[in-house]
Design a protein around this ligand. Structure first.
Ligand SMILES: C[S@@+](CC[C@H](N)C(=O)[O-])C[C@H]1O[C@@H](n2cnc3c(N)ncnc32)[C@H](O)[C@@H]1O
Length: 259
């Protein structure tokens, strides 16, 4: 990263097509850029809920012309942290998948452990673990799904900074950080952990280099870049909402002056 200026595509052109409430919002620009770099043929998300992270992966696949598929695994019942919710969440996700990502997005409405049988060992290139956030649950999800990840594949963990209630992803991720050679943590928002499974072909990119082999200063700069990228995205969203509101009120009788 030191010899290259990294100007991520998310800053240049990313307009999220799916925007729903989720604490994942702080990591959308990174998720978008990551898909553009690793171009995963097979993505699996464990824990989808209303699909904010999942559809960002899908959108990036389309916009970077990635030839692959993405599986969304969730019982769509909720858990101890999200609390239970009704079927309208699943119906909404299914409709969005059908309308925008036919042939790319596949929904597996089932428990994570039941979905395991559908994936071959060492096949997944991008795995996102975002189910129940207790220490035991994330450890179980990681242990069960790690063999399914291709060497060199990327595993994301959401909520690695959340120290509320009985959340324990932070503790499990701290343990991984002490033992895994290629691992990185974004600290903003609720935190996002990034782990590259050892092996596979090495892939050069300013993003991966900064995360996994960057100096402390380069890693710090990368973290800052994505803090700014998420603020920038939010500011742009607010600006376009404001513009749309003004345009709307303008058409109802010319009172659309900015305030
Ligand atoms: C934190 S939410 C996912 C958030 C989502 N990634 C986003 O972008 O906002 C966790 C989801 O995991 C699901 N879940 C938790 N444990 C599960 C399990 N063992 N099997 C299937 N789904 C599970 C819940 O139903 C819930 O919808």
């Amino acid at each position: 990263m030191s010899s290259t200026i990294y100007f991520p595509p998310s800053l240049q052109r990313f307009e999220p097509k799916r925007m729903v409430f989720s604490t994942w919002v702080d990591h959308l620009p990174f998720a978008y850029d990551l898909v553009g770099v690793i171009r995963p043929k097979l993505t699996v998300e464990l824990g989808v809920y209303n699909g904010l992270s999942f559809f960002t992966f899908c959108q990036a696949m389309v916009e970077f012309n990635v030839d692959g598929v993405a599986y969304a695994v969730d019982c769509w019942e909720g858990d101890a942290h999200t609390e239970s919710y009704d079927d309208s969440i699943y119906q909404d996700v299914a409709t969005h998948a059908r309308d925008h990502y036919r042939g790319i997005a596949y929904l597996l409405k089932m428990y994570f452990n039941d979905a395991l049988q559908h994936f071959s060992d060492e096949s997944i290139e991008l795995l996102h673990i975002d189910g129940l956030h207790t220490y035991d649950a994330v450890k179980e999800d990681f242990s069960n799904w790690y063999p399914k990840v291709k060497p060199g594949g990327i595993i994301l963990f959401h909520d690695v900074m959340a120290r509320i209630k009985d959340f324990g992803v932070w503790k499990f991720f701290d343990e991984l950080m002490a033992s895994e050679p290629e691992i990185f943590r974004f600290d903003h928002g609720f935190g996002l952990g990034v782990l590259r499974k050892p092996g596979g072909q090495s892939m050069e990119s300013p993003l991966l280099d900064a995360m996994f082999t960057g100096t402390p200063e380069e890693q710090h700069n990368l973290k800052q870049l994505y803090v700014h990228a998420s603020h920038f995205l939010e500011a742009r969203r607010q600006a376009s909402k404001f513009k749309a509101m003004n345009a709307g009120s303008g058409s109802k009788g010319g009172q659309g002056k900015s305030q």
